[in-house]
Design a binder for this molecule. Structure first.
Ligand code: FES
Length: 146
């Protein structure tokens, strides 16, 4: 069946079965691969597109139910698929402002420091090596008095 779809501001025509999910129309018929296939069950959101301004899981939306709705995919904002070779590395100056909020709780704090330990330990042991010429190759790091 033929459908005229308003996608990213342009009318596109496709000839597909009515039950075909919009995701497969976008990816397979129109080459718009920004929406991804993840779970195929409406759970992960990898296939999300905007349909008349509302986020929709395109894996769960048959093309026959799109009608005259305006569809916007990630390509609409100029995103293009690539890989890490041309992806700029995040640098500290690019860090967005981080807001921290302490929440009163009667529970003991947990999990606060673990994420920082993997990069800190090598940095610390490399600094010790740079300063003293001594390699530290086991944990925990112990300080010896000279
Ligand atoms: S692929 Fe996971 S919600 Fe559509």
């Amino acid at each position: 069946m033929r459908y005229r779809l308003d996608i990213n501001g342009a009318v596109r025509e496709v000839d597909v079965p009515p039950e075909m999910p919009l995701l497969w129309v976008l990816r397979g018929e129109l080459g718009l691969v920004g929406a991804k296939y993840g779970c195929g069950a409406g759970l992960c959101g990898a296939c999300t597109v905007h349909v008349d301004g509302a986020a929709q899981r395109s894996c769960q939306l048959p093309v026959s139910r799109v009608g005259q709705a305006r569809i916007h995919t990630i390509e609409h904002i100029g995103a293009t698929q690539s890989n890490f070779h041309d992806f700029p590395l995040a640098r500290m100056p690019a860090t967005p402002e981080i807001e921290i909020a302490w929440v009163r709780s009667d529970k003991p704090p947990t999990g606060l420091g673990e994420p920082v330990l993997p990069p800190v330990i090598p940095a610390l042991t490399n600094a010790v090596f740079a300063a003293t010429g001594t390699r530290i190759r086991s944990l925990p790091v112990r300080l010896k008095s000279a």
